[in-house]
Design a protein around this ligand. Structure first.
Ligand SMILES: NC(=O)c1ccc[n+]([C@@H]2O[C@H](COP(=O)([O-])OP(=O)(O)OC[C@H]3O[C@@H](n4cnc5c(N)ncnc54)[C@H](O)[C@@H]3O)[C@@H](O)[C@H]2O)c1
Length: 339
């Protein structure tokens, strides 16, 4: 075993946990010692390829292991509170996947608990570590777009469906985090509509509208039932507009000048069809580092005391507060919920 590395456990090794398995295994600053998953078939298959890792099926074995310093939790959302609480009480640093818990009050409780036990608690709001989102946020902070007019975010595709939380808590958790981060402010109000087609009581499609100070509106569409996979973040400003298409391989971010003739009267229908814009389009040459690697490195640096957690439980609580309001609005037929 390599020395001076943080000894890690991974709890939950399904679809997303597999990414952490790769990242922790390749990290120079961490050693993966234990994998915990309640699915025995999964751990049996993984054990063959990871002979130096200990496999357990109960998180209590991780909590009681004195060698383990830090834990990544990658389990369904409805398990996050209990697992995070147990591991914090055992003195472990925790990186828990998003959303941290099902209510903002629970996030607040975990925030206080982590402070009391003097451990790092980070939430996997991975877009805070995404190079494109960071670049877009810097553009907004530098006032390069002029006054922000509106945002539109679409996160759609076919599954993967969840049975413990709605598409709002699953997918819109990303978009709400992105909006709050970019606007540097909580929304003032939330309106949402949603439908449950596959499982009763679990929305699989939802459309949300967040209003920020200055009458800036953010429209968010999320679906597990859409034939087209979309991962879009659009920010429309007075001087420039930005489009982040996370599905695109070569043109993830486009920055478009609003253009002088933006409001000109269109000519005939033919010229109208091609007059989408008349401003310049720039595709910045960005370094695409993997966001999850940056997030994991940040977690390790926080444990070493070199950095302060960016996506801490207070950050998570703000996101969940908006998600709660969206669920409440859906329940009340789209009523505007003030925060
Ligand atoms: N940041 C992102 O972009 C992103 C993407 C996908 C999923 N996620 C998050 O990751 C988490 C897991 O999602 P997933 O898609 O990997 O789900 P998944 O169902 O594929 O995997 C979850 C795993 O956890 C295991 N598990 C369940 N309860 C457990 C327990 N009590 N103890 C130990 N293991 C347990 C299951 O057996 C399974 O292997 C969710 O919180 C989800 O929101 C984040």
């Amino acid at each position: 075993m390599k020395s001076r590395e943080i000894k890690f456990a991974l709890v939950g090794c399904g679809y997303w946990g597999a990414n952490f398995l790769r990242i922790i295994s390749n990290s120079e600053e961490a050693t993966l010692c234990v994998i915990c998953d309640t699915d025995g078939a999964k751990t049996t298959a993984l054990a063959v390829r990871h002979p130096h890792v200990r496999f357990v099926d109960d998180v209590a074995a991780v909590a009681s292991d004195p060698d383990i310093e830090a834990v990544v939790i990658c389990t369904p959302v409805n398990t996050h509170l209990a697992l995070t609480e147990m591991l914090i009480r055992a003195g472990k640093h925790v990186l828990c996947e998003k959303p941290l818990a099902q209510t903002s009050a629970q996030c607040g409780y975990l925030y206080t608990l982590a402070q009391e036990h003097k451990v790092v608690l980070l939430t996997g709001h991975v877009f805070e570590y995404n190079p494109v989102i960071r670049y877009m946020k810097q553009m907004i902070d530098d006032d390069a777009l002029g006054a922000i007019r509106y945002l539109q975010l679409m996160r759609m595709g076919l599954g993967p469906m969840r049975s413990d939380v709605s598409v709002v808590f699953d997918l819109a958790a990303h978009d709400v985090a992105i909006c709050i981060s970019m606007m540097g402010h909580m929304p003032l109000s939330v309106m949402a509509s949603g439908s449950c087609f596959v499982k009763e009581g679990i929305e699989d499609v939802a459309f949300m509208q967040l209003e920020f100070p200055g009458k800036v509106i953010a429209g968010i569409g999320v679906s597990w039932l859409d034939p087209i996979k979309q991962r879009l973040v659009k920010v429309v400003g007075e001087k420039k507009m930005m489009i982040f298409d996370d599905i695109s391989v070569s043109e993830k971010l486009k920055i478009i000048d609003t253009g002088k003739n933006y409001q000109s009267t269109p000519g005939d229908f033919g010229s109208f069809q091609v007059s989408v814009k008349d401003g310049q389009i720039v595709i910045p040459n960005l370094q695409y580092t993997e966001s999850l690697v940056t997030e994991f490195h940040h977690f390790s640096s926080c444990i070493r005391g070199r950095e302060v957690p960016i996506t801490d439980a207070a950050y998570a609580a703000r996101v969940v507060r908006v998600l709660e309001a969206a669920q409440e609005s859906i329940r009340q037929d789209g009523k505007k919920i003030y925060l």
